[in-house]
Design a protein around this ligand. Sequence first.
Ligand SMILES: [Zn+2]
Length: 334
Amino acid sequence: MRTRKFEIVIKNAGLVSAMMIASGSMAAESASGYAPLSIPFEAEPVSVDNVYYFAGQSGVPGKQNEGFTANAGFVITEDGVVVFDALGTPSLGAAMIDKIREQTELPISHVVISHYHADHVYGLQAFKDLTDAQVIAQETSSVYINSPDAGQRLEQRKQALSPWVDDNTRVVAPDVTFEDETSVESGSYSFSIVHAGPAHSTDDSLMMVQPAGVLFSGDIIQNGRVPYLASSEVDTRNWMEAIDKVREMNPKILIPGHGKASENAMEALNFTYDYLAYVREQMGAAVENWVQFEEAYAATDWSRYEGLPAFDASNKANAYRVYLEMEKAALGGS
Ligand SMILES: [Zn+2]
C-alpha cells in the first residue's frame, strides 16, 4: 500500500471541518469515557522539529504506573499527524490524543503499530472512538489478536490495571495490514514501515521518518542492552535484513519501544546487528560441526556482552533459540 498524497489532502480537508463541528463534544467524551490518569503524562520533543514521544516508566504494568510502561510518539506534518504505537490502556490513548491536540488541530491520519502486545496497543480503542485515524500493522498481528493469549492478557490487565482497563476494553484490529514493507506520505514527510519479525513477536515492525531522520523501533532495537530473542518463532535473519534496510536510511534519532530516546540511532542499530551476527556465527558453527548446545555455549567468548544490561537474563536463552533456528535451517536446507 502506498497512500497517495492527494488522498490525504482531500481526506484531511473533510476531517478538519468535521472536527470543528465535533470538537466541543470530543473533550467531554474523552473525559467521561475513560478513567482519568493521575500520573504525569507529557509529550517530550526530540532534537528535530515536529517529532514528540511519550516516555513510559520502567517496570511491569501495574497500578503504580497506570499501565504507562511503553513509549509511543507522533510526527506533525503539514497535512496531519502520524502516530506510532498507542500505549497500554484506552485512558493513555485518550491522553495521547489530548496532548497531540495541545500541539495541533490537524487530523490524526494514521496510527502505526510496532507489534500487538498489550502495553503498545490497548490505547488504540481511544483512537478508534475519538479520531478517524487509520490503524496500520503487519499482517501477522492477526495471529496474536485471534490467539487465546490475547484474551488471557486482557483478563490479566483488567485485574492489574483497573479502572484503566475494564470490561469495555477491547483489542482493536488494524484497518490496513502489510506483508514486508509499506509507506505513508504526509506533507513533506515520508514514513517507511518495515517488517522485522518474527523477532520479539511475529509482527515486529520499524518505522523510519524522513527527512527527520527518526527511527521508531518498537521493542527490537534498544540502546546498549542485550535484545530478547527467546521467542519460539524468532527469525534472526529477517531481523538483520530489516536492520540493513533502515540503516541505509541513515537514522539519527532512535525512539525505542521502552527507555529513553537516543541521539545515536546508528550505534544502537549496529549494536543489535552485531549481536545477532555474532550469536548466529557462533551457534551456526556449532550446528555445522555437530557440537551440542551446552558445549558450544560454554566455549563461546561472551566477554564483549557480559557486562551489559539483560545479559544474565537473556543471553543463554537467546543463544539457545538461535542454535535451534540454525539447526532447523540446516536440516531444512535453507
Ligand atoms: Zn513492549
